[in-house]
Design a protein around this ligand. Structure first.
Ligand code: NAD
Length: 324
């Protein structure tokens, strides 16, 4: 039996393709790219009934070429800026997300960046490799998470998973999310209280971003927001680069208003080779890999093919987005 054809829109290596095919089983025929090439993408999508997308933006051109498409499955959750959802909506195609795998991967990565930024891991490691043994140099600036107040901008799936982990570090928190009010027992257990964005910025030793990139959140951490933070606060961004005015953050990192930053996402990806961020000792940078673990990938693909099986059999699709 020939399976339903599903295009994996991003270009990846054979190990990733093997992992996807293992999750797909016999009911699906996974179509993959030989090269990171848009012509090939448009050619291959033409006879596919489903597309899995994330890192490579799903564009109108792909959708025009994908005349047999019946469903779009996002491999992660940040759909607002990674696909042409207006075109998806115009065609009446259902869109589903994959929180499975994503949430834990990003939450663990946020903690990694927090610890690494607080203790200047990138700097210490790079210096040691150059033969410089800074046994004392960082004592004046390194921090511990214990006892910190954490400012959460966004308290959805990932914000909550981060808070669950930080309670074990002895942190408390203020969360700003107009759409979320956690039950009182959860707030008590996680040592959290709700507040405005301003309260979260002013009260916190570390601010961590867990909101989607939308016109309303673009630049939410700009010059003014940075100036309202506690002097010497730490900034962590595992959500989207466009949430932060990078030039303003660079100035705040350079003048000490912000002690350190941990960034997995950037205004431009990859950042320009002459980006001033790359020259700062008090930042830890990773290439948008928060949810990019093998564990996450296995979980995501199992969830996606479970969902596609259900969709093609019954029309039921879990984690479906109501497009605005
Ligand atoms: P989610 O939808 O569960 O939570 C997002 C929360 O943000 C919601 O509760 C929403 O009410 C809140 N929000 C929206 N606008 C806000 C505002 N102006 N102020 C405060 N809160 C606001 O999403 P999630 O699963 O927690 O994911 C969060 C984001 O993480 C995604 O949108 C995506 O951009 C990012 N992400 C990044 C990676 C990565 O690899 N770095 C991977 C997955 C997700």
């Amino acid at each position: 039996m020939v399976g339903r054809r599903v295009l994996y829109l991003s270009h990846a290596g054979p190990d990733v393709y093997a992992l996807i095919r293992a999750a797909a089983g016999g009911a699906f025929d996974v179509v993959t790219l030989e090269r990171d090439d848009d012509e090939e993408r448009c050619r291959r999508i033409a006879d596919c009934e489903a597309v899995i997308c994330a890192a490579t933006r799903l564009t109108k051109r792909h959708l025009d070429a994908g005349r047999r498409l019946r469903v779009v499955h996002h491999q992660g959750v940040g759909w607002q800026d990674t696909l042409d959802w207006q075109e998806v909506k115009r065609r009446g195609l259902p869109l589903a997300l994959t929180p499975e795998g994503t949430t834990i991967g990003v939450a663990e990565h946020a903690i990694l960046l927090m610890l690494a930024a607080a203790k200047r891991l990138s700097f210490a490691d790079a210096e040691l490799r150059r033969g410089r043994w800074h046994v004392n140099a960082l004592r004046g600036v390194s921090r511990e998470l214990y006892g910190m107040t954490i400012g959460y901008v966004g308290m959805g799936r990932i914000g909550q998973a981060v808070a669950e982990r930080l309670v074990a570090f002895g942190c408390t928190g203020v969360y700003a999310d107009p759409a979320v009010r956690l039950p009182p027992e959860v707030e008590a257990r996680l040592a959290l209280r709700p507040g405005s964005l301003d309260e979260a910025l002013q009260a916190s030793d570390l601010v961590t971003l867990h909101v989607p990139l939308t016109p309303a959140t673009r630049g939410i951490i700009g010059r003014e927001a940075l100036s309202r933070m506690k002097p010497g606060a730490i900034v962590i961004n595992t959500s989207r680069g466009g949430l932060i005015d990078e030039a303003a953050l660079v100035d705040a990192l350079a003048n000490g208003q912000v002690l350190a930053a941990g960034l997995d996402v950037f205004e431009r990806e990859p950042p320009a080779p002459d980006s001033p961020l790359l020259k700062l000792d008090n930042v830890v940078l990773t290439p948008h890999i928060s949810a990019g673990t093998r564990d996450a990938m296995r979980q995501k693909m199992a969830a996606i093919f479970r969902n596609l099986t259900s969709f093609f059999a019954t029309g039921q699709l879990a984690n479906r987005v109501e497009l605005p």
